[in-house]
Design a protein. Structure first.
Length: 267
């Protein structure tokens, strides 16, 4: 059965509302709970890590075989110049039935899942150490921070259940296609953080100079962190809205199209 994106409805702001609200929580934390930018980044980093693990679990149920022909993006665990074993990736794969209404899992997907998790968590842990966020992550014990983490995680789990399991989309995706979703987000997060640090830091420096010259005052650290956090939150919302369009729009375009996993059947 081929998955037809044209049967999907156009995405609406109302359907996007839970994700919007959960991603605005960190900004509220900066305003009302004196969070630093480190807390905001740590929350989003934890969310992306949980997203990777959640989609890795979902990839166990992916039914389609991985097709390498025509692909220009290769995740860890697959090789551009190496053919997949026909005995493992043929039309009659080994399955493990879990019983009830739970779909079977496919052991052949385990290798690419493990490799992608190792790669993804490695990339996530690298900037955490580089930006000194380990102490911040370890200090997440306040109810407000825990609530924000749980809300953002919950929104992704609800989305995964609705978009992947409720529609039986696992029948139409390969493990590679499922894992592309969080891996593309991780790649963008790394690039965005690097640009935000360079461009955002330079912009804040210019703002400080301009405000000091025009108004004769120096912005407080809290004000600067609020503006920086706002930029991070807006960037995150752009990603979430693009992902939402990629999942729900029958014909996503622009930035949203980058978050659509490559389907060899569409070529």
């Amino acid at each position: 059965m081929e998955f037809d994106r044209r049967t999907r409805n156009r995405p609406t702001v109302t359907a996007f509302a839970p994700t919007l609200l959960s991603n605005l929580l960190p900004l509220g934390g900066v305003l009302w709970f004196d969070w630093r930018i480190g807390e905001v980044l740590a929350i989003y980093w934890i969310e992306v890590a949980v997203m990777l693990l959640a989609y890795s679990g979902a990839a166990l149920f992916a039914e389609r075989r991985i097709v390498l022909e025509g692909r220009n993006l290769f995740l860890p665990g697959v090789n551009r110049g190496k053919e997949l074993s026909e005995s493992k990736w043929g039309d009659n794969p080994t399955t493990i039935n879990l019983g009830g209404s739970i779909p079977p899992i496919y052991p052949r997907n385990i290798r690419i899942i493990v490799m992608s998790v190792v790669w993804g968590l490695g990339f996530l842990l690298l900037p955490l150490g580089s930006f000194g966020l380990y102490p911040v992550v370890e200090s997440i014990v306040s109810p407000s921070l825990i609530a924000a983490v749980l809300a953002t995680i919950g929104s992704h789990l609800v989305e995964l259940r609705r978009e992947f399991f409720a529609t039986k989309r696992y029948e139409d995706l390969s493990a590679h296609m499922v894992l592309e979703i969080p891996c593309r987000v991780i790649f963008f997060a790394i690039v965005f953080l690097a640009l935000a640090t360079l461009v955002g830091g330079f912009s804040l420096f210019l703002i400080m100079g301009t405000v000091r010259e025009v108004f004769g005052v120096v912005p407080t650290r809290g004000t600067l962190e609020f503006f920086f956090a706002t930029g991070v939150v807006l960037g995150k919302l752009v990603v979430e809205w693009s992902r939402f369009r990629a999942e729900n729009d029958p014909d996503p375009s622009g930035f949203a199209s980058w978050f659509v996993p490559f389907d060899p059947r569409s070529e």
